[in-house]
Design a protein around this ligand. Structure first.
Ligand SMILES: C/C(NCc1cnc(C)nc1N)=C(/S)[C@H](O)COP(=O)(O)OP(=O)(O)O
Length: 563
């Protein structure tokens, strides 16, 4: 068998730890898909469309560290751009690979199908450059190894997505074999002088402080320093809070854990700890309009030691040339004990059990879902009140929460959970998603039926865009109602000639009792997804959402300055 460009790519994907790649067929990528199958190493998983394909890769990377999605040129890849943008925003290394026009067409004056109808085809690459850390186009086999290695090495180092397009007549062209994958993982050595200076300045800052607290931020997982952060917290003995987008990045069973810091909608006591501290160690935060509650709650300035993925800022000075993980390890070695701010016990908010015969409430739904979350659960929370429900849950050791609070593409959670469950079948997967979001990517549940993923989907049917209603209401926030549970009937048509693909389960829950019964059935459904349609009153959302919505609305409506 001739070793080809497609085989080289397949071998590199396997070498960096992928066991699957996602794909949607198109005539520009069919030969490449054959090469990937022929080389093996990663199983080809199919999606209903390229938006879902790119989000499935994003979800896979959340569990596996990296992922790949293969799409066709232009009509496919431009849909996948949304997944690239989301992966960029959420710091996830996914590689979107697009089939591309035959290398002989470039400069030929040919008008090709699926393109925008001109004779230039470089527009897609230009678009991809804006939402990736590396983008390459392969039109000859000779340059393939260098370009494939470049995009993979860069995405792994930067924890950002990358893009590759391969001319459809090159995928099966003969190619040399790759060397050891270690060269793709190499990181520059730290600058010792800068690391020492940052450490000295930080220790001087901490030694003068009395009430020290840690704030765990959005990019800490991408910085691969979750374990090192627990060690730092153990050494300091100080309280630890997390930003909403970093929920589950720090163990909530840790004696120092004190909830979520989110300005006025923080966990009880968390705002006082962070805003009352005289030294906050802020680890890889992202202060955007949502996380700062419309710019009203940002933790920066003189009382903050900010440790970003590749920079430390403290006492009005800044240091770089080393990685966050290296600095946190060094700080832990010399950090003093600072437990003065760790005064009271952490008491998570426990939601009371509702009367099971009463109409289902948001609180009761959240309480029952929280009870379902164990140390082996990955909980996906879609944009919407689902964010606030996940943030207020208390997590057992090992539980993970996945959100997309920077990109915030509604519907992201359905394909992303599909990808995550594909990457980590040993874990339980639960999704909380509103009806508005679900309508964007609902068809990907059919793939969960096809691949028999026993996930549980809590579909919150509150008849509209409640988060948008909280921010700014209007007729545009109301949607057509579906019978969401009945979708499973439609998706359960099975794989022709096979016994598989028939075990999706759709249930309705209008009371606490019906929800408990549905959850019991879901637990027994091990050969497919269970969708539980939870019927809630539209007005029944978290108080935090309403309060947060007001501050975000105020930020959006700021008058134009200096006119
Ligand atoms: C319409 C929109 N955001 C605007 C939006 C529009 N289009 C895309 C792709 N992404 C977006 N965030 C949002 S958050 C809806 O409230 C989501 O509604 P739903 O899923 O039903 O959740 P809630 O009822 O809890 O809000």
């Amino acid at each position: 068998m001739t070793y080809t460009v497609g085989h080289y790519l397949a071998e590199r994907l396997t070498q960096i730890g992928l066991k699957h790649h996602f794909a949607v067929a198109g005539d520009y990528n069919l030969v490449l898909l054959d090469q990937l199958i022929e080389q093996g190493g990663t199983k080809q998983i199919y999606d209903c469309n390229e938006l879902n394909c790119s989000f499935a890769a994003e979800g896979y990377a959340r569990a596996n560290g990296a992922a790949a999605a293969v799409v066709t040129f232009s009509v496919g890849a431009i849909s996948a751009m949304n997944g690239l943008g989301g992966a960029y925003a959420e710091n996830l290394p996914i590689l979107v690979i697009s089939g591309a026009p035959n290398s002989n067409d470039h400069g030929s004056g040919h008008i090709l199908h699926h393109t925008i109808g001109g004779t230039e085809y470089s527009y897609q690459m230009e678009m991809a450059k804006h939402v990736t850390c590396a983008a390459e186009s392969i039109t000859s086999a000779e340059v393939a190894p260098d370009k494939i290695d470049h995009v993979i090495r860069t995405m792994l180092r930067e924890k950002k997505p990358a893009y590759l397009e391969i001319a459809c007549n090159i995928s099966a062209a003969p190619c040399v074999r790759p060397g050891p994958v270690s060269s793709l993982h190499a990181h520059p050595r730290p600058d010792e002088a800068s690391l020492k200076a940052a450490l000295d300045e930080s220790l001087s800052f901490l030694n003068k402080a009395n009430k020290v607290a840690i704030l765990v931020g959005t990019k800490l997982r991408a910085a691969e320093a979750l374990k090192e952060t627990v060690e730092l917290a153990d050494k300091l003995g100080c309280p630890v809070t997390v930003m909403a987008a970093a929920k589950s990045y720090f163990p909530e069973t840790h004696p120092g854990f004190r909830g979520v810091y989110w300005g006025s909608v923080s966990s009880p006591g968390a705002q006082e700890i962070i805003e009352g501290a005289d030294a906050v160690i802020s680890l890889a935060p992202v202060w955007n309009d949502y996380s700062s509650e419309g710019w009203t709650s940002i933790i920066k300035g003189g009382k903050v030691l900010e440790i970003d993925p590749d920079r430390v800022t403290v006492n009005g000075k800044t240091f770089d040339g080393f990685r966050l993980k290296e600095f946190v390890k060094a700080l832990t070695e010399k950090a003093p004990k600072k437990s003065a701010a760790l005064t009271s016990e952490y008491k998570p908010v426990m939601l009371p059990k509702a009367d099971p015969s009463k109409p289902l409430s948001n609180d009761e739904m959240t309480r029952q879902i929280n009870e379902l979350v164990d140390g082996n659960t990955t909980l996906f929370a879609e944009t919407g009140d689902s964010w606030f429900n996940a943030v207020r849950m208390h997590l057992p050791e090992g539980a993970k929460v996945e959100t997309e609070m920077q990109w915030g593409h509604i519907g992201w959670s359905v394909p992303s959970m599909f990808g995550n469950a594909t990457a980590s079948p040993e874990r339980k997967h639960i999704l909380m998603v509103g009806d508005g979001s679900f309508q964007l990517t609902a068809q990907e549940v059919a793939q969960m039926v096809r691949y028999e993923l026993p996930v549980i989907i809590f579909l919150v049917n509150n008849h509209g865009y409640v988060i948008e209603i909280a921010i700014h209401d209007g007729p545009y926030n109301y949607i057509q109602n579906w019978d969401y549970a009945a979708l499973m009937q439609c998706f359960n048509q099975g794989v022709p000639g096979k016994e598989s693909g028939k075990y999706g389960l759709g249930l309705h829950a209008s009371t606490g009792e019906e929800l408990a019964e549905a959850i019991a059935k879901a637990k027994k459904n091990t050969r497919g997804p269970t969708l539980i349609e939870c019927k809630l009153d539209r007005a029944d959302c978290t108080k935090a959402l309403v309060q947060w919505g007001k501050t975000v609305a105020a930020a959006n409506s700021r008058k134009q300055q200096n006119v």
